[in-house]
Design a protein around this ligand. Structure first.
Ligand SMILES: Nc1nc2c(ncn2[C@@H]2O[C@H](COP(=O)(O)OP(=O)(O)OP(=O)(O)O)[C@@H](O)[C@H]2O)c(=O)[nH]1
Ligand SMILES: [Mg+2]
Length: 197
């Protein structure tokens, strides 16, 4: 497996114009605010304090490019769906994330959803529409699996897969940074994504 711990933040972009043009493959995480994007990347990269984690939704407002060795980038995208922000901030978010997708970098997108949510939010559905529109490959990752009994994982996963219209051969991954469940499968996914030609 790729050595993932050689990971360092290389660029933080708050505006579309600051996004670097794509060079190496990128694996990017996106999802509702507070779903656990930054926590998952810290766990997968084995660096606890690399990205800020917070109780307070909307912590990550920029696109953060983390360089992994010489192979490529892992990208932490800002979350959506937090209620108490001005409309201007929501518009800025949309422009930034859509510009990110439109760059058509090689690699894969990881869409994170909280395993406790019974159905995808409008923001989640919008992301899937954008992935399809911009022809970006994506996988779904269900986070915080420690918060529901293991016996409910499969029905939760099947429900989300159905609601998002996922292919049978690309089912959701199930993870918890607390119990470490599924972290290795995301490391493998990342390794494959960063090897993409
Ligand atoms: N129980 C549990 N809590 C988690 C898990 N992953 C993340 N959290 C908690 O969820 C909260 C949000 O985590 P973040 O990683 O900051 O979420 P984010 O998606 O990066 O949020 P934004 O940057 O605001 O978009 C923090 O309080 C984390 O400790 C998990 O697997 N299990
Ligand atoms: Mg974050």
């Amino acid at each position: 497996m790729l050595k993932l711990d050689d990971a360092n933040i290389e660029a933080i972009c708050g505006q579309a114009a600051q996004l670097p043009s794509p060079s190496l493959p990128e694996v990017a995480v996106i999802g509702r605010s507070n779903v656990g994007k930054s926590s998952l990347l810290n766990a997968v990269l084995g660096k606890r304090g690399l990205l800020r984690v917070s109780q307070e939704p909307g912590r990550t407002r920029e696109v953060i490019f983390i360089r992994v060795g010489t192979r490529g980038y892992v990208v932490d995208l800002p979350g959506y769906g937090f209620a108490r922000v001005p409309l201007s901030v929501k518009h800025a978010w949309g422009r930034l994330v859509e510009a990110y997708l439109a760059r058509r970098a090689r690699g894969v997108m990881l869409l994170l959803l909280d395993i406790r949510r019974e159905e995808p939010s409008p923001g989640d559905m919008q992301m899937v529409d954008w992935f399809r529109h911009y022809e970006r490959r994506f996988s779904v990752v269900l986070t915080k699996a420690d918060q529901i009994p293991r016996g409910r994982w499969k029905s939760a996963s099947d429900g989300i897969a159905r609601a998002l219209g996922l292919d049978k051969d690309n089912p959701p991954f199930i993870v918890s940074v607390k119990s470490k469940e599924g972290i290795d499968s995301i490391r493998r996914l990342l390794t494959q994504g960063l090897m993409a030609e």
